[in-house]
Design a protein around this ligand. Structure first.
Ligand SMILES: Cc1cc2nc3c(=O)[nH]c(=O)nc-3n(C[C@H](O)[C@H](O)[C@H](O)COP(=O)(O)OP(=O)(O)OC[C@H]3O[C@@H](n4cnc5c(N)ncnc54)[C@H](O)[C@@H]3O)c2cc1C
Length: 374
């Protein structure tokens, strides 16, 4: 029997990030994953671009860009080997979108330059619309970044099929701990967490061997990385609600390759690898970070919640259980800040930012979910 302060289930970028910040705070952490460190799930498929979100200042854009500022500084300072600050050129999708870019620039807080057609051509990008170049953005080597985050932290490959909580101790087979974090991506099968509305989006990325001289990464409808050690990453396709066992074959790559050929010279590209995975998003696209509501208990004790009754106290939680999930298409942007936030909540009892606290979704789910009888 082995005993830990905390067990993290899931070794994607979310689980690895929170484990890192807990370990830094002196906790004895075990990370378990059925497949390996970032070898399944979203984190294995991700191109792992780390760039800001453009838009007209929505609250999701603000949060994403706070996370972006934190992530790129964090990766650069502590894991420079696995983060290449290539910059990311953000191109308008079409002429109509190009008009919006002037507006977007007003709401942007990240360092940027405008690039005109002639400069884009010099860089190797086929684009006539004026584009935004985020010079501090970059790209992670996803599996090696996740492995580096776990340096000095115990990890075991283990498929968690069941878990139990007795006398204030969590048990997963022979492993025991005081606290438990679920960082399982789109899979949420251990507890009733329907109120978080986690859904999967299936995606594919292709890696190509090439001699193309390309120093910057870019995003239009798809993302293309800079040429890093002879490899250019192209991603991603998105298929909502697709099944995880979907056999992609080469079809998604054809679509990606056609789009990539409109953006850069792909004449010597040779397919080197295809990577697929499911990323998980929440109902409102904000991350899910914090403790987990005891749904069966709440529905039993407050049966009128489903008919709109207000709750005068905080919802009751499952003891010592936490979640870090719903990082959507920006796991490598969100994970460091979200991991730090959860570690601060667990160790220092600092309140979770209400924008990412899953509690925000509970009452609405009670009132609106067609799954509940009213
Ligand atoms: C094609 C594609 C491209 C993407 N590109 C980018 C990008 O450029 N930039 C970016 O920031 N984000 C990108 N994303 C999104 C990013 O990949 C996700 O947001 C991120 O990987 C989510 O990380 P996670 O740790 O929450 O989940 P995952 O990486 O899915 O990790 C969950 C882990 O939990 C494990 N697990 C689940 N259940 C169990 C169990 N019962 N027992 C043991 N282990 C279990 C799984 O094996 C898995 O390893 C992309 C996603 C895809 C699919």
């Amino acid at each position: 029997m082995k005993f830990y302060d905390i067990i993290v289930v899931g070794a994607g970028i979310a689980g690895c990030s929170v484990a890192y910040f807990l370990n830094k705070r002196g906790l004895n952490v075990l990370v378990v994953d059925r497949a390996g460190v970032a070898v399944a799930g979203g984190s294995s498929a991700a191109g792992a671009f780390v760039s800001p979100k453009i838009g007209k200042g929505s609250s999701l854009q603000k949060l994403t860009n706070e996370a972006f500022e934190f992530a790129k500084d964090f990766y650069k300072e502590f894991f420079p080997k696995h983060f290449k600050q290539t910059g990311v050129v953000r191109m308008p999708k079409d002429d109509e979108d190009a008009q919006k870019f002037f507006e977007y620039a007003k709401y942007n807080s990240s360092v940027y330059q405008w690039l005109e057609e002639n400069r884009l051509k010099e860089i190797g990008i086929k684009e006539s619309n004026r584009s935004l170049f985020f010079t501090e953005a970059g790209i992670c080597d996803a599996p090696n970044m996740c492995k580096a985050l776990l340096t000095g932290i115990e990890y075991v490959q283990y498929d968690v099929k069941s878990l139990s909580y007795e006398d204030k101790i969590w048990s997963i087979g022979e492993y025991k701990s005081k606290k438990l974090i679920l960082a399982t991506g789109y899979e949420n099968r251990f507890f009733d967490m329907r109120y978080m509305g986690v859904k999967g989006t299936w995606g594919t990325r292709g890696d190509y061997e090439t001699k193309l001289s390309l120093d910057v990464s870019m995003h239009k409808k798809i993302s293309i990385s800079a040429n890093i050690e002879g490899i250019v990453k192209v991603g991603a396709t998105h298929a909502k609600e697709a099944h995880a066992c979907l056999n992609c074959g080469a079809d998604p790559l054809k679509e990606l390759f056609t789009k990539a050929s409109d953006m850069v010279d792909t004449s010597d590209f040779k397919a080197k690898g295809i990577f697929c995975g499911m990323r998980s998003g929440s109902k409102d696209y904000f991350p899910l970070v914090g403790s987990v509501i005891d749904v069966p208990l709440m529905l039993k004790e407050y049966p009128k919640l489903v008919r709109g009754e207000r709750l005068k106290e905080n919802p009751k939680k499952i003891d010592n259980l936490y979640v870090i999930n719903g990082l959507g298409g920006r796991g490598f942007v969100f994970a460091p800040l979200m991991g730090k936030m959860l570690a601060e909540n667990i160790v220092e009892e600092k309140a979770i930012d209400s924008r990412v606290n899953p509690d925000r979704l509970f009452l609405k789910w009670c009132r609106k979910s067609p799954e509940l009888e009213r």
